[in-house]
Design a protein around this ligand. Sequence first.
Ligand code: ADP
Ligand code: MG
Length: 685
Amino acid sequence: MADLNTNVRWISGIGEARSKSLNKLGIYTLSDLVSYFPRAYDDRRRFKQIKDLHPGESVCVAATVAFPPTLSHIRAGMDIVKLRAVDSAGSLNITFFNQSYMKNALIQGENYIFYGKISGTAKNPEMTNPIVEKNDGKGRSTGRIVPIYRLTSGITQNMVSRAVLQGLAACGDILPDPLPRGIQQQYKLAQSRFSYENIHFPNSPADLEIARRRLIFEELFVLSCALTFLKRNKKVKEGTAIIPADMREFYSSLPFQLTGAQKRAIDEALLDMAKPIPMSRLVQGDVGSGKTVVAAACCYNAFKSNLQSAFMAPTEILSMQHYETLSSMLSPLGIKVDLLKGSMKVREKRAVLEKLESGETDVLVGTHAIISENVKFKNLSLVITDEQHRFGVNQRAALTAKGISPHVMVMSATPIPRTLALMIYGDLDISIINELPPGRQKVDTFAVSEKMRARVNAFIRRLVGEGRQVYIVCPMVEDNETFSENMKAVKEYADNLQNIIFPDLKVGLIHGKLRPAQKEKTMAEFAAGNIDILVATTVIEVGVDVPNAALIVVENADRFGLSQLHQLRGRVGRGSHKSYCILFESSGAETAAKRLEVMCSTNDGFKISEEDLKLRGPGDFFGSRQHGLPEMKIANFASDINLLKLAQEAAQKTLSADPNLSKPENAMIKEHIKKMLEYNADTLN
Ligand code: ADP
Ligand code: MG
């Protein structure tokens, strides 16, 4: 007997190779399989008589094969099967390319259903590569709403839907069902079985909607319960109350005046830290809004009470940059800032660790390694993380395990509309820096096609001639199969730039696969002005600060999300120089062009994220783990806000009636919460 934990190989037709392909999609067990929801649907319910067909429409036609199909071999790699199908009043010409088996599969005199797009003319309609099934009432690919799944190489739509069908048949009575009966009835939610069956193979659009509503609610309900649990666990901890320091010395040491928004964020954080419960504050501000100085102010505040702070950045390069920035702000005030790097020699590392333990170090900067087991602080009271979505529960847990519950500040440039942020982060307090330092110039942005290449190169040369520096960003494909090829292309691109186009300038290359030490060296050379043009994959995306860089060119810009492009653009315009962003657009697709237009028309990160939402749909925007929440299978934080509210309400009710979820009817929720948190341990903050 199969159950939800049975391996997908149990399904007939799924062997070693196919199961590996399914694994790539995150499908290992029957539970994963039945929860692998379609990404779209194709409504193939409409039937037409051949005489009524119009070119351009996609329909089902029930027709009989009139003559034996013919197979012709056009050239190597090109076979064509042709046939004519007829119904009571018309005839339809059908062509299959490279499906020579159709010649014998389709038999003269038999009746089939063909589904496809009509071409030719109304008088002489044609179909190319239609979907075919026997007209025996048993077909699953025609005459109904058909699921479309996200695929990977080695598997087809048919394979997935057949596997899902088997999975549903085997597990129909034991499907995941975390919803307590009371909640299900109160919110008028469909049964589990109905929902799973109809989400895959909907009987009608109305049934699909009912199924979706139930499954989205279910997912958001489990999430809400999980978040409430986490929140509760956090609240009980005690923290160190820090008496707010007199900040005048710090403020007057800065080379600039703080903006009102920065001051507000600092005040809010200082008030939080004055309480005996740990601060949990998100500082959200667009790129360049000046979040680092807010962090520095908090470190100063802790230092004034003789307490240590830790500042974590997502990469070693960034931690070095932050080290420099924080040192320059804090060491003149007598604050000892140290840097801990993975690439340090053992001896150097040991020296840093000793100073840290003795309390000589006031502020430690590094990647998340600085809160690992063998790093001992004397009295850590504040942890600041830059780009919060890269730090997860594990890091928090590591700290708690050491018996410390420091004040935590997370800084993020991810522009999530405020209402959503509150919903998503729930218990986090949020400071928004909604004001850029004065004098910031808009980065002029242009979306261009390949035709402009020569002019862009001339522009690069002119800017470098004026003493400026340039970033050129090439997108990298992460997946392993194409990675090395892609890598080669980026290297060739950089070589070509150096040897052919700009032989007299200094071109550098930085990418994710370089050793950290090498990356740092290149970055440092760029920062020092020894490199004119830095070709980079997105490793420069977050936080890098080289004020002399005045132009960023993005190749294949349509492959990036708008928010990502906005982050990239934030690498320039950081100094006093007029700055530019040039986006090469390669696809020629209309939506791509529209998206890039948004970049050209505004520099406001919040507006851009809203546009991104509209154009790409929230799925992409919120699906890319930008928010630090578990990935949702079906729910969508933007479009399902109403259901999210209901689910939150239901979660509150359930948890106040049964705070530890120990009643039998709530046993399943607990299990699902555990699964959600485990599965997403790295992303859930
Ligand atoms: P981000 O929010 O992207 O982390 P940074 O903290 O790196 O921004 O600040 C960007 C730049 O703006 C830095 O060079 C910083 O010195 C400068 N800056 C920050 N605050 C101000 C201010 N109030 N006035 C002028 N410049 C500022
Ligand atoms: Mg920053």
